[in-house]
Design a protein around this ligand. Structure first.
Ligand SMILES: [Zn+2]
Ligand SMILES: [Zn+2]
Length: 241
């Protein structure tokens, strides 16, 4: 068990080996920060006027966007601090597709910091939207589970493994229509009976149309989960474009 003094020594050594760098452009930084100054000014946050259920930007008379109004989602609310644009999108791409599992920790800290208000009333148990086993073997890490573990560490929560699994392989959602996205992920997930009665916070990197999140939430409800909320790093603005 490291003592506080050798924890700071260890941190010092790690910072020498891996100096702090910008999450988006990887430029080495003189002090610990998430982004360099240039990237920081280009970061876009989700606007305050948005759907009260899924955070889609816009002013909606009922409080809910048309998608949530017509098909109420199987979760109480979904939120993300950032728009899926610019430096945040770049950071997620590096983390997910460019073999940078070490970005989980700073991204988890960034999410804890930026989603502070949302997290105050959010469930204490985190569930990552998992990769299929074959994709996990290819990538060697499940980025969402690493992100959930880092967020759990930063917020004093738990992120148990095994409550949710992806039992059917799906193609990437990028470029698919909304209906095709829903078909692609239908019945792709199975939840453990251990989810029964639990209040859970689903974690993913990006929320786009919510099709994947809906499929995961359906599986958790089928296993008896009592209450579900969703937090992602970024939100793609899917109705306004
Ligand atoms: Zn940068
Ligand atoms: Zn909505």
């Amino acid at each position: 068990m490291p003592t506080p003094s050798n924890t700071s020594l260890l941190r010092g050594i790690l910072e020498l080996l891996y100096p702090p760098s910008c999450l988006a452009c990887s430029q080495v930084l003189p002090v610990r920060a998430f982004f360099c100054e240039t990237c920081d000014t280009a970061v876009e946050r989700v606007p305050p006027a948005c759907c009260r259920t899924c955070a889609e930007p816009g002013r909606f008379p009922s409080g809910n966007c048309p998608r949530c109004h017509i098909h109420p989602p199987p979760f109480a609310r979904a939120w993300a601090p950032f728009a899926h644009e610019g430096p945040v999108s770049r950071a997620i791409h590096r983390f997910k597709y460019e073999d940078h599992p070490e970005l989980a920790e700073p991204l988890g800290e960034l999410l804890a910091h930026e989603a502070h208000s949302f997290l105050r009333h959010a469930p204490a148990v985190l569930v990552a939207l998992p990769l299929h086993a074959r994709r996990f073997r290819e990538r060697q890490y499940d980025q969402t589970q690493l992100l959930a573990a880092a967020l759990a560490k930063a917020t004093g929560r738990r992120a148990p493994v095994g409550l949710l699994s992806r039992t059917r392989e799906t193609q990437r959602q990028v470029g698919l229509s909304e209906a095709a996205r829903a078909d692609n992920v239908a019945d792709a997930f199975t939840a453990s009976p251990a989810a029964a009665g639990q209040s859970l916070l689903l974690i993913d990197d990006v929320f786009t149309t919510g099709a994947t999140t809906r499929a995961a939430a359906d599986a958790l409800h089928a296993a008896g989960a009592a209450h579900l909320e969703v937090l992602t790093i970024a939100r793609a603005f899917s109705l306004s474009t």
